[in-house]
Write a protein that binds this ligand. Structure first.
Ligand SMILES: [Zn+2]
Length: 506
């Protein structure tokens, strides 16, 4: 026998009334009273029927589905798939949820029916909702608190806001700007990074030396590059100090050398501004020599300045052994074969220059690399005095004093330099150790150097020298006896060759 509904006036599962067609509708599920005593009492309190007590409830008594809110009635089976999704299939017989309570009594006065209490949520869900609500409130509050209205409020609230800038940041607050400075305090205190918030709230950023492009903070401050929120401040601080803090790499000897060369250049520049005198010239020469020595320490391809070449050659002529000792032990100097090449144009008897001559090849290549206008040069003649007390013996250095067939000591070095008329380009054309410079020998030498330089591609406009006797005699010979300011160019009759003689110029 199907269970009958115990609610008064309910026809659920009772037989069809004689005068109605209510047959379909009155077939309903009837649920047993709960076994749990507390819940059973709860049901009985709700059901408007006298005489029902926890003790007189039998297994055949129940409450039909019409008295339960739909949410209490479970009509489907729910299955979990292995992938975490669920699917449902209808139950043969509906069941009640654990918290179901009858609340609907259609055939009784309406006041006896009550809306079921809203379903209680799981404590975890309620906690999550409360947290979300708080978070929402906090966010709203935070967004309002976060906005910086203007510079005055920014400056006055800066200390009370307790914005965490990071330990290395120092604030300097001025009337029209606020400066944030990041200082490296580990070593010598230095400013690594800084930024300035101006009166219009724009932000200017600096590394340890220079102002940087503001676009580097566009991702944080937007295109206007303005500080609008307090929360942007610690972000600028951490980002900017990370950007500017270059990882400390150990300094190599080469790094130190480059510092030294930088300082030497400053020194040379400063010495140029001193009053002109001989001591200064000597000082500048020494500094330049030292500078080149430092530069040569780490240069792969050794390029020697004309001054260094002349100095090297002078030492070489004074004493070959001293030169070799200096070159091997402490100074970076040209190889002796390079120095010998500088004299090669004088030793060639037939006046033909070939590509076997290393110095000629060098001059030719150098000339080709120069623009046309810089190939116009003057030839500078200079006699460099070699201390006669230094013994320079020929021996295996035979013929080194070019104008002597004997192995005699050279007393001077004759330097032939070329200098571009229109640029600072300067080079050694030839060097010649001399003992007692004799006029016709000197004249021949000058002609050989002229030929060397012109064949290499340069155009010699003039010859310059100081006005000592040997130079004057040589010029006179070029002029066929009577000294003149210019003569037809010995190598090109279309051009003229000018002479200048004056005080020493190198
Ligand atoms: Zn009923």
């Amino acid at each position: 026998m199907p269970r009958k509904c115990s609610v008064i006036g309910c026809r659920g599962n009772y037989r069809k009334r004689k005068n109605t067609d209510d047959e379909v509708n009155n077939h309903v599920s009837v649920f047993r009273f709960p076994k749990d005593e507390l819940r059973r009492k709860e049901w009985l309190r709700k059901i408007p029927q006298e005489g029902l007590t926890p003790d007189n409830i039998t297994d055949n008594m129940g409450v039909c589905e019409q008295h339960f809110d739909a949410r209490f009635i479970i009509r489907d089976h729910t299955f979990n798939r292995p992938d975490g999704s669920t699917f449902k299939s209808p139950r043969m017989l509906p069941v009640l949820s654990d918290d179901a309570i009858p609340t609907l009594f259609p055939n009784t006065p309406s006041y006896l029916s009550t809306a079921p209490a809203p379903k209680r949520k799981h404590p975890d869900d309620r906690r999550a909702e409360a947290t979300a609500r708080d978070e929402q409130l906090f966010q709203t509050w935070h967004v309002e608190e976060d906005i910086i209205s203007d510079f005055d409020s920014f400056r006055s609230n800066l200390s009370s806001k307790a914005v965490d800038l990071g330990s290395d940041w120092i604030l300097v607050s001025k009337e029209h700007f606020c400066l944030f400075v990041n200082i490296d305090s580990c070593n010598c205190p230095t400013v690594i990074a800084s930024f300035k918030v101006c009166e219009d709230m724009t932000v200017l950023i600096f590394d340890n030396k220079l102002q940087r492009n503001s676009s580097e903070l566009t991702w944080l401050l937007g295109d206007a590059n303005k500080l609008t929120r307090w929360s942007q401040l610690p972000n600028i601080c951490s980002h900017w100090s990370n950007t500017c803090r270059v990882p400390v790499k150990p300094e190599t000897v080469e790094d130190h050398v480059s510092v030294v060369t930088g300082r030497l250049k400053q020194l040379i520049h400063a010495s140029k501004n001193d009053d002109q005198n001989d001591e200064k010239t000597t000082l500048e020469f020494r500094l330049n020599f030292l500078l080149q020595q430092f530069e040569l320490l780490y240069s792969v391809q050794k390029r020697y300045s004309p001054e260094c070449m002349v100095t090297a050659f002078t030492i070489f002529c004074s004493s070959r052994s001293t030169y070799c000792y200096l070159r091997e032990s402490c100074l970076t100097l040209p190889h002796t074969s390079t120095l010998r090449n500088l004299t090669s144009c004088f030793s060639q008897c037939c006046q033909t220059l070939t590509d076997d001559d290393a110095h000629f090849v060098y001059l030719k290549h150098k000339c080709m690399a120069l623009p046309e206008c810089e190939r116009l040069v003057v030839l500078l003649l200079d006699e460099i005095y070699v201390r006669p007390k230094v013994t320079y013996k020929g021996g295996n250095l035979q013929g080194f004093a070019e104008n002597s067939t004997d192995s005699v000591q050279a007393t001077t070095v004759q330097a032939y330099m070329i200098a571009s008329v229109l640029s600072k380009h300067k080079d050694v054309a030839a060097l010649q150790p001399i003992k007692n410079l004799e006029m016709s020998f000197f004249h021949d030498s000058v002609m050989k150097v002229l030929s060397l330089v012109e064949t290499a591609g340069y155009r010699v406009l003039a010859v310059l020298s100081d006005n000592n006797r040997a130079n004057r005699n040589m010029f006179e010979k070029m002029c066929d006896g009577i000294l003149q300011p210019s003569v037809p160019h010995p190598l090109d009759s279309e051009r003229r060759l000018l002479f200048f003689y004056s005080t020493p110029f190198i």
